[in-house]
Design a protein around this ligand. Sequence first.
Ligand code: PSU
Ligand code: MN
Length: 308
Amino acid sequence: MNALLDVHPEVADALATGRPVVALESTIISHGMPWPQNAETALAVEAEVRAQGAVPATIAVIAGRLTAGLTREQIELLGRSGQAVAKVSRRDLPYLVMRGGLGATTVAATMIIAALAGIRVFATGGIGGVHRGAETSLDISADLQELARTPVAVVCAGAKSILDLGLTLEYLETHGVPVIGYRTSSLPAFFSRDSGFGVDHRIDDAADIARLMQVKWDLGLGGGLVIANPIPERHALAREVIDQVITQALAEAQAQGVQGKAVTPFLLQRVNALTGGHSLASNIQLVLNNARLAAALATAYAALSGRK
Ligand code: PSU
Ligand code: MN
């Protein structure tokens, strides 16, 4: 075990005895949703994972320690502190640990810590990707490079269309990351079930996705997978409404000169604000839905002989 890593005893016990564990990220708590819904959602997602028979491991940097499995108090601290908490991706991890700081981990940093802990399945809302206009800004989320190199399956509802989803798929293809549609042939676009882009393969059964993970890693290919799980129909939002909001949020970001790691949190916050409670309610439901699939996937993966 890495000397800089703390694994919660419940998580460590599950891993040691081959029981299913689902990793959860913390940037979604501090930078992805407003207080207090952020902490309430994080706790509800943990409860959902447990209800499906798996152990949740929410991941963050706590006092400079890579931490897999948080207490309620730690989740509430991340939620209440919001944007005051450092957003930690791969490049930020060493600094936060050196300083002994508090950090909310992105998909990329969560994958790194999950892999160190031996957790193979991770649920979130949406992954980062290639931003619109990346041909001049070069704004490409570190999440995509992480998916290329770190062996964790990430269950998500696709990505928000604050991103260029076509370029995001091209980037994932270049870097050899399988994009699997769970019971769908099209890439979901977070609030809506269909982005208009296809996935690489449709798989309808979590046990088959678990076998795909096993085969990928047995082949020595390493790296992660995107498991795209569309938002349940009844919680989906009308494409026109959300498109308009995203267009406005992008224009505001440009007008205000928002750059670097601040771009995604700014857009998430503006989309939340401009749609009121509407998009937040959908956001919460899709994360719960992803947690359910991730728990089933972790259970199926744990059941494969000699695996955890
Ligand atoms: N997209 C969302 N919600 C989120 C994020 C993205 O719909 O909370 C967060 C995730 O933590 C993701 C990060 O890993 O934003 C990506 O940030 P960036 O684009 O700066 O890499
Ligand atoms: Mn970026």
